[in-house]
Design a protein around this ligand. Structure first.
Ligand code: ASP
Length: 580
């Protein structure tokens, strides 16, 4: 016996007269007492079954008992619907199946929500994810993800990349998050860390002569969960030997374009724009600006040098944005709150309301200043006056806020951007020392290498980020391939010989045994897919995601473990796991 010989979504007017067998789920049932209509759904779509007591009394009898989400097998004849019964909204809407035999394959209990129902609480959707996965939305997202990933794999294969599997259980990999730890029964008291990325393994593949490595790699990072973050997520991870930055960017662009094409979308044109970190910070106040709208930061430091307005005169840097709206006082109060969240002390402004200037600081400004700032009618000039870093942060934050609030980004537009030449180091948050911006394996740009230890903040890294409509898709870099340079970076980060050896001895050994120049990239796949699917968060493109508290509503994980199990692992829990 075969369960089906065609699929629900496949039937068209041309099929009328055919005898077919279908299998699927009951999406809807309309019981007219005698006639029963059932919308039968499978992964390809929906088709209407007709159970007619005159034609098939047994099937019609069974049809009365059927409920939503029962699994049925139906055998019968495809017939054209009467013209007035045609459903133009359904691809199969010109036909229906006159059923001769109906088999109830599986029943379903009453449902916690209807498949595809709007507004269902997300935790409930995730608790019964198998139902949720049957919805059009999730079916589309899963299949769209598959199509994009398949195109990426094909591209990597065509470009000569070798899919090498690397371990999940490893030693801590410094990607800037906490590690998930795995206790080891055979060596109580010792732990593996789950890989935050395959970073060091892919570099070792290059030392190992693989030449071009790639993987759709699962990564684990113990971070707070957000719209674009899960504990475990996938990356398109790759690494190439004997390359320069442009070679790496080119591969990533090809993979992006291939997935657009596979999904029959207009691909972004290559090469994607490239801007330096210094440039984007200055112009947009962010290293991941949304370039679907302009709203660039303007400089006013020169014009305000001798200003009568003390805040301007005394600030090292004065910059502004021209918002395309004449804001009211109340709205400006709210914008000031936003600016304060980003570190501003206040928010000076000049509103041009149809030619009339409204500004509490106007009386302090010279003619020349006012002329520079009064903007076009229907605009508001918003200032930040402080040190460079604060001004950048405040105006960057305001720019993003305004972009969202005023819906400045044109719908349907896709703006990709490479941000290049990040600083190699930044000040450590908790200490006086230096830490890496990307990860400690990024090479400095040519010419800066000599200054790694003498001038850490002045060194630029060969680090690049890929941005799509203001979302950071991923990062990569040209790596350090000389042990001595790697050690200089470790030393700058305050790591002594012993610590270097204990944490990264294997890498330093490899770099001393014939390491080729190499570089690579990793793109967060789930983020990419969420954007492709036009979904607000990565949970919608993840089959079985966790919620913000870090739990999986479906299985109830994480769960406490019996003491005996912990003991075997050499662990004693001091936490109260709470109710289960
Ligand atoms: N390992 C890096 C990351 O996960 C990517 C890279 O440098 O290739 O962000």
């Amino acid at each position: 016996m075969s369960w089906r010989d065609t699929t629900c979504g496949a039937l068209r007017a041309d099929d009328s007269g055919r005898r077919v067998t279908l299998a699927g789920w009951v999406a809807r049932r309309r019981d007219h007492g005698g006639l029963v209509f059932i919308d039968l759904r499978d992964h390809t779509g929906v088709v209407q079954l007709v159970l007619n007591p005159e034609r098939a009394p047994e099937a019609a009898g069974a049809g009365h008992e059927v409920r939503n989400e029962f699994v049925l097998q139906a055998e019968g004849e495809v017939v054209r619907r009467a013209p007035e019964a045609v459903n133009p909204n359904l691809p199969t809407g010109e036909v229906e199946l006159q059923v001769d035999t109906l088999r109830v394959v599986s029943t379903s209990e009453p449902l916690p929500f209807q498949v595809g129902e709007e507004g269902v609480d997300e935790v409930l959707r995730l608790r019964y994810r198998w139902l949720d996965l049957r919805s059009d939305r999730m079916q589309r997202n899963m299949r769209l993800s598959h199509t994009a990933v398949a195109a990426i794999r094909r591209t990597m294969d065509e470009l000569g990349f070798v899919d090498v599997w690397t371990p999940s259980m490893t030693k801590g990999t410094p990607e800037g998050a906490r590690d998930f730890l795995v206790p080891v029964r055979l060596q109580p008291g010792r732990f593996f860390a789950l890989a935050q990325s395959p970073q060091l393994f892919k570099q070792l593949c290059m030392v190992g002569g693989i030449d071009r490595y790639y993987q759709i790699a699962t990564c684990w990072r113990d971070e707070d969960l957000r719209a674009d973050r899960q504990f475990e997520f996938r990356q398109l991870d790759f690494e190439m030997a004997f390359v320069e930055r442009e070679d790496v960017l080119d591969v990533m662009e090809r993979a992006v374009v291939a997935s657009f094409e596979a999904l029959e979308r207009e691909p972004p044109s290559r090469p994607f724009p490239r801007l330096t970190y210094a440039d984007v910070m200055r112009r947009y106040g962010s290293d991941k600006p949304d370039l679907r709208f302009g709203l660039e930061i303007q400089d006013a430091t020169e014009v305000t040098r001798g200003s009568q307005f003390g805040v301007f005169a005394n600030a090292p840097v004065v910059r502004y944005l021209v918002a395309p709206r004449a804001y009211s006082r109340a709205e400006l109060g709210r914008l000031e709150e936003v600016a304060k969240e980003w570190g501003a002390k206040g928010l000076a402004y000049v509103v041009n309301d149809g030619g009339e200037i409204r500004s509490p600081i106007a009386k302090f400004l010279s003619e020349q200043e006012l002329a520079a700032f009064h903007g076009e009618p229907g605009t508001t000039v918003l200032f930040a006056a402080a040190d460079e870093a604060t001004v950048t942060r405040v105006l960057g934050g305001l720019r993003t806020h305004l972009g969202r609030e005023l819906e400045l980004a044109a719908a349907g537009r896709n703006e990709f951007l490479w941000t290049l030449d990040f600083p190699l180091f930044e000040q450590h948050e908790e200490s006086e020392g230096w830490t890496f911006v990307h990860h400690p394996f990024t090479a400095p740009i040519a010419g800066d290498a000599e200054r790694i230890e003498s001038d850490p903040p002045g060194v630029l890294g060969q680090h690049y980020d890929l941005i799509w409509n203001g979302w950071e898709l991923g990062s990569g870099s040209i790596r350090i391939h000389r042990a001595e340079m790697q050690r200089a970076v470790f030393r700058t980060m305050g790591m002594g010989e012993d610590e270097q050896q204990a944490k990264f001895g294997f890498l330093l050994d490899a770099l001393r045994m014939g390491a080729p120049p190499h570089g690579g990239f990793a793109m967060g796949l789930d983020r990419f897919l969420a954007l492709m699917a036009d979904e607000p968060d990565i949970r919608q493109v993840t089959a079985f995601p966790k919620v913000a508290s870090g739990s999986d509503p479906l299985t109830g994980a994480p769960t406490p473990m019996p003491d005996a199990v912990l003991r075997e692992l050499g662990i004693r829990s001091i936490a109260d796991p709470g109710p289960t």
